[in-house]
Design a protein. Structure first.
Length: 106
């Protein structure tokens, strides 16, 4: 169960707050995977096995990023549009597009 502080005038509710615990759980698992990678290198594990684990970590991080982007568009952008603030909605879409560009390049 997640407790949030009461919203105050001017507060922006971020789209990910509803699943914050899920995101934190995923990131903790990824952190464990990265520690596992460090052990693998320290123990001279076969290179292909290390690369396979790196791909798994990268995929897990991409899934977190996609989830955050989905919630940003579905929550933040949708709210700006519903409020009739076209400029704010357009700016948020541009912001999301730039984030997608960075993800694609990585």
């Amino acid at each position: 169960m997640t407790f949030e502080r009461p919203r105050q005038r001017g507060d922006t509710l971020r789209g990910y707050t509803m699943t914050k615990d899920q995101y934190l759980g995923r990131l903790r698992r990824i952190e464990g995977q990265v520690r596992g990678l460090q052990r693998m290198i320290d123990e001279d594990v076969y290179c292909i096995d290390v690369l396979q684990q790196i791909a798994a970590v990268s995929g897990a991080l991409q899934n977190v990023a996609i989830g955050l982007l989905d919630e940003h568009v579905g929550h933040c952008v949708a709210n700006a549009a519903a409020e009739g603030d076209a400029d704010k909605a357009r700016a948020m879409v541009t912001e999301a597009t730039k984030a997608i560009e960075r993800l694609v390049k990585s």
